[in-house]
Ligand binder design. Structure first.
Ligand SMILES: Nc1ncnc2c1ncn2[C@@H]1O[C@H](COP(=O)(O)OP(=O)(O)O)[C@@H](O)[C@H]1O
Ligand SMILES: [Mg+2]
Length: 497
């Protein structure tokens, strides 16, 4: 289908489509116009709430923004209706038109009035209704929304369609008066769809019309009687802010609840001639969503509880080892103390996970706990050793965080035990980062460094690190230049099953 532009339109397209596809609505508008920040914000906000207009009018919406210094408009945003077929399967954003091609756009802009195309244009034999609605902000027209649709043929005409079109006309009038999008509605996320359910309320808040879907939702709440002419608050399914929304002329969210059934409402007042004349309410049965949320949060709580218990069990093991160490010879004591650190570092991973809503932990949080534990346990009061943690890895799953935690513990222990042999002072650092898909953990110190010949000592610590990192499919390397630098690099998607 060819783009619908009246009068043998020539399209002036500048810039590549790629360029435009990447930009947000706000950025696109900023690029073509000299509108102020507040005006651009108004348009951006319009585009986040105008689905309701597309659906009520069964129309495609195109936002025409005046191009700075030229007698042209550029289409900066486009929206398709859910209630009807689109007339524009293709992307219209970035097209520029002038007065001869789109006289009603120019006229609506100049005269601050809604203009409709006199005779419907035929596209593929279907008559297209086209209206240009000026967008007003603080008394000035800043853009034009064009509605294009074929309401007469896109569906069987009936009462529902007539109500929708009347409501669309009221919303259009509000755009033209500068009262839609609503001030104070900026933070409203996720607009329910018109098709989910629609109620129309009069100035007193009484229901004057309800769509079949809205009626079904209200039936599911157990309301059997006729709701027409009644206040929502009198239905026996909770209180809503309907009257407040109408009185104050600002949009509000509410809900109707009966046991497990919950219908959420977005109340959108009509402000006409400066006063609030009623509202429409987008109604959506969210019972199943709520149910799912509840199941997920129970599951989350269970997982957190399990992590908490695992942590407790590991701490018990650590204290048993510690007890045993008291009765052991010096060598055995040192070995047991290392084991206590290893077990405790795993406990810290579970402790961190037990505090997270999801089953992932920011590894930096784990590392900070480990440095505290290792520092408290191993650094003698007379030694001045600073441990710094920098950077972040992003959230890691337990099967990656656990081996990394044990590895970091070994490397920190080594730095404390071996890098500053003469009771010296120095600095140890842990640096965390993400490089592409890799998680990179560096433990460095400014101590004596590693000597060429193989050092004395058990080497069990380094073996543990080697083998854990190997299992994760990563690499472990060490270098020495004015201290020691040990680097672990593992793929963040490391499978460990
Ligand atoms: N940061 C470091 N600075 C100096 N020497 C180190 C450092 N890390 C490890 N080493 C040397 O490497 C040896 C092996 O470490 P490791 O395998 O953990 O065994 P252990 O710590 O039980 O001696 C240590 O004994 C020590 O000599
Ligand atoms: Mg060691």
């Amino acid at each position: 289908m060819t783009p619908l532009l009246v009068g043998g339109a020539t399209l002036i397209v500048d810039g590549g489509p790629y360029d435009r596809a990447m930009a947000t609505v706000g950025e696109r508008i900023e690029r073509v116009t000299d509108l102020s920040g507040a005006q651009i914000e108004h348009l951006r906000f319009l585009c986040s709430s105008w689905q309701v207009l597309a659906d009520l009018s069964f129309s495609d919406l195109l936002l025409y923004v005046p191009v700075a210094g030229q007698e042209l408009f550029e289409i900066c945003a486009q929206l398709r209706p859910f209630t009807s077929q689109t007339l524009y399967p293709q992307d219209m954003v970035g097209m520029r038109v002038g007065q001869p091609e789109q006289p009603i756009v120019e006229r609506a802009f100049r005269e601050a009035k809604i203009w409709s195309q006199d005779d419907p244009v035929l596209v593929d034999g279907i008559p297209i209704q086209m209206d240009a609605v000026p967008v007003k902000h603080d008394g000035r027209v800043i853009a034009v929304v064009v509605k294009e649709g074929s309401p007469a043929t896109s569906r069987r005409p009936g009462r529902l369609e007539q109500v929708y079109l009347d409501l669309a006309a009221r919303v259009s009038a509000m755009i033209c008066a500068g009262t839609f999008p609503y001030r104070g509605g900026e933070s409203m996320h996720e607009w329910p769809r018109v098709g989910d359910g629609l109620l129309v309320l009069d100035a007193a808040g009484r229901v004057t019309w309800a769509s079949p879907n809205a009626l079904s939702s209200i039936r599911r709440l157990g309301v059997q009687h006729n709701i027409l002419g009644r206040l929502l608050d009198d239905l026996g399914v909770g209180q809503t802010p309907a009257r407040r929304a109408i009185e104050a002329g600002i949009p509000m969210d509410g809900e109707l609840v009966k046991r497990d059934t919950c219908v959420s409402l977005r109340l959108l007042p009509f402000i006409e001639g400066g006063i609030s004349t009623g509202a429409m309410a987008l109604a959506r049965d969210v019972s199943e969503l709520r149910q799912k949320d509840r199941v997920i949060s129970v599951k989350d709580a269970t997982i957190r509880e399990v992590h908490h218990r695992v942590k407790n069990n590991l701490q018990t093991i650590a204290s048993l080892l510690r007890l045993q160490g008291r009765r052991a010879s010096d060598d055995a004591k040192a070995a047991l103390q290392e084991s206590v650190m290893r077990v405790s570092s795993i406990a810290l991973v579970h402790e961190t996970l037990s505090e997270q809503p999801q089953d992932v932990a920011e590894f930096g949080d784990v590392v900070r706990r480990i440095t505290r534990m290792v520092g408290d346990g191993l650094i003698l009061p007379e030694n001045q050793i600073d441990i710094k943690v920098a950077g972040a890895t992003g959230p890691l799953a337990a099967d990656l965080a656990t081996p990394l935690a044990v590895s970091v513990t070994e490397l920190l222990q080594n730095a404390i035990e071996h890098a500053f042999p003469d009771g010296g002072c120095g600095t140890i650092g842990v640096e965390l980062s993400r490089e592409g898909d890799d998680v990179v953990v560096v433990v460095w110190d400014d101590g004596i460094g590693i000597s060429g010949d193989d050092p004395k000592g058990s080497r069990l610590g380094l073996q543990i690190v080697q083998s854990l990192v190997g299992e994760l499919g990563g690499t472990f390397s060490r270098s020495s230049r004015g201290g020691t630098r040990a680097e672990i690099r593992v793929p963040s998607t490391a499978p460990l099953t």
